[in-house]
Ligand binder design. Structure first.
Ligand SMILES: Nc1ncnc2c1ncn2[C@@H]1O[C@H](COP(=O)(O)OP(=O)(O)OP(=O)(O)O)[C@@H](O)[C@H]1O
Length: 574
């Protein structure tokens, strides 16, 4: 039992080896055939787990990719391509990858239902193509030759299981990498991913390509199992049914992929055994998928969450590190702005939403080494300014310069990479990640274990391996700031980082924000309604009202300005 918890990879590989030995030694040929089918369906589930489970992209054409993989393996068999099945299988996967890139590229601009329709159309088109085009070997029954050493049914099951295990190991490595973390962040919030420097388009394209490769390998395995395949093995209907299973069980989790494989292979047989037509299985899968919308998660996600709740007793573990003290720790006295070099310059920024002018010619400078407060009553245009500066506004007039260079032509993720990072008013921290992985993703650079622990200790956050799902909302807000500062950007725009915090937490935010310039070499633009926090943290303050700057200067002067007080009347008085 201990090994399952402490060495899950070893336990998984041993379990697969044991299953292979049992099936090879004791299973009837019919059961072996069914289990091989289940293993191949598990490969399809792994592919759905990649594209939909991890990247959040709805794809209804995974069996189309499988068909391409199977076709190429059939062709390689007929053409006697050197290397045998060991070479043909990855060749099938690669051909499917090319198709994945081709369908992925035009689909990048689409989301949700539109993307579903596009992939459905691709699947249907492939149905038509393969319907009229016989698979190689189909007409004259040229059976695909299985891999040397695994030609018997039991042997082929062992081979298939080895492929399934290898894909699981690859997916596990992906999940532990920053790329895997970025894919999960794309699923959770494309805007947050872009704000951390991730190219959402590239992430989705990579997910399409990888999932198509896996599906193509699944199709190739099917060709090896059946010897001869036909278009009927890869219909759009079957693709959609498997998608529904994947959504219902959650095949981005290993147990979900296995359960999905077993369900896809055995459930129709079960229905047949009790006299219900097999095709009705799709109906049950569809109902299961709709349940996900109602329950807010797949079955395996919900089970994992319940297990976490049961296990989580007492305080969360804390990192084994102390933050490096600042020598000397600066007690913040407002800095003079006049001579400082600008890190961020905003010139004549104008944003319109139809008839409404949300920002009307705003000029603003955030000097290097400074914390600048941006305040103003509700609706003054503060968030709109952050959106425009960081590349999240559809259109604006004016100019944004980072370290003297205009960034107006850059999309959001490239501005983030250039050193312009932001937080969001609404929390966008994905529950599916651990605290440490989020820190890596949000930093947009690889941090070593010591950096991670120090950063977590600095912000009084739980240890790196704690799942974000276990931490409260205020802690997630702090984690967001910890991640952004770990990236050491040139400029950090924080949109109400203290919202929802208790008194003690606000004090921690205050201390950490004040230290950001010195600790991380990052200038800060702080949007905050908590005027005391602004007063204690900022070197200077800019006040917006109805999209215009009405005051700029040292905090105490600006916050006592009668025009500023008047602007705030009716909301909070500064
Ligand atoms: N996407 C949008 N479409 C239309 N109007 C918008 C949009 N976003 C903001 N606005 C409007 O632009 C103005 C500025 O809004 P913004 O959210 O920037 O203000 P804010 O100062 O951040 O307010 P708060 O302090 O409440 O967050 C408001 O009148 C708002 O209703």
């Amino acid at each position: 039992m201990d090994i399952v918890v402490k060495r899950p990879v070893v336990a998984g590989v041993l379990g697969a080896a044991l299953l292979a030995a049992l099936v090879a030694g004791f299973a009837s040929s019919y059961l072996t055939f069914l289990l091989t089918g289940a293993a191949i369906t598990t490969v399809f589930m792994q592919s759905y787990g990649l594209i939909t489970g991890r990247a959040g992209v709805i794809s209804l054409c995974q069996l189309g990719f499988a068909a391409i993989g199977a076709w190429v393996v059939g062709w390689a068999n007929v053409a006697d391509v050197p290397g045998g099945f060991y070479a043909w299988l990855p060749l099938g996967g690669l051909a499917a990858t090319v198709a994945g890139l081709l369908i992925g590229l035009p689909a990048l601009r689409l989301r949700g239902v539109n993307l579903a329709v596009a992939t459905f159309a691709f699947a249907t088109a492939l149905d038509v193509v393969f319907g009229g085009l016989a698979f190689p070997g189909q007409d004259d029954f040229t059976f695909v030759r299985r891999p040397d050493g695994f030609t018997g049914d039991s042997g082929y099951f062992v081979f298939t299981l080895a492929v399934v295990t290898a894909i699981f190991l690859g997916l596990r490595a992906l999940d532990r990498s920053r790329v895997g973390g970025a894919l999960l962040e794309i699923r959770h919030s494309e805007r947050a991913a872009a704000a951390h420097g991730t190219s959402v388009a590239r992430g989705k394209l990579a997910a399409f390509a990888l999932s198509a490769f896996v599906a193509g390998v699944g199709g190739g395995l099917m060709a090896g199992q059946l010897g001869v395949v036909a278009a009927g093995n890869f219909t759009t209907f079957a693709s959609v049914s498997l998608f529904a299973i994947a959504l219902f069980v959650g095949t981005h989790n290993i147990e979900g992929a296995v359960a999905g494989g077993l369900m896809g292979a055995f459930f129709p047989l079960l229905l047949d055994a009790v006299g219900i037509p097999q095709d009705l299985a799709a109906l049950f899968f569809g109902v299961g998928a709709v349940q996900v919308l109602r329950l807010g998660g797949s079955q395996t996600d919900l089970l994992r969450a319940a297990r976490r709740r049961r296990r989580q007793t007492g305080d969360l573990p804390i990192p084994a590190a102390n933050p490096r003290p600042l020598v000397p720790l600066r007690l913040r006295a407002p800095l003079e702005c006049a001579d400082a070099t600008p890190a961020l310059e905003v010139r004549g920024l104008r944003v319109r939403f139809g008839a409404l002018t949300a920002l009307d010619g705003v000029d603003l400078v955030v000097p290097k080494g400074h914390v600048v407060g941006l305040v103003g009553p509700n609706g003054a245009g503060k968030s709109t300014l952050i959106n425009a500066v960081t590349g999240f506004a559809d259109h604006y007039d004016g100019a944004v310069l980072l370290n003297g260079e205009p960034v107006d032509a850059l999309p959001a993720h490239r501005r983030a990479r250039a050193g312009l990072r932001r937080s969001f008013q609404q929390l966008r921290v994905p529950e599916a990640l651990t605290v440490g992985m989020y820190l890596q993703v949000a930093a947009g650079r690889t941090l070593d274990a010591t950096d991670v622990d120090e950063q977590l200790a600095l912000f009084e956050l739980p240890a790196a391996d704690v799942p974000i799902a276990c931490v409260d909302v205020a802690t997630r807000r702090l984690l967001e700031v910890a991640g952004l500062t770990a990236g050491r950007p040139a400029v950090l725009l924080l949109d109400e980082p203290a919202a929802g915090h208790s008194g003690a937490e606000t004090e921690l935010v205050q201390r950490r924000v004040a230290e950001v310039p010195e600790r991380f070499d990052t200038a800060v633009l702080l949007v905050e309604h908590d005027i005391e926090l602004v007063r204690a943290t900022c070197d200077s303050v800019v006040v917006l009202d109805f999209g215009r700057v009405i005051a700029v200067g040292p905090p105490d002067d600006v916050l006592a300005d009668p025009a500023v007080v008047a602007a705030y009347l009716g909301s909070a008085t500064p």
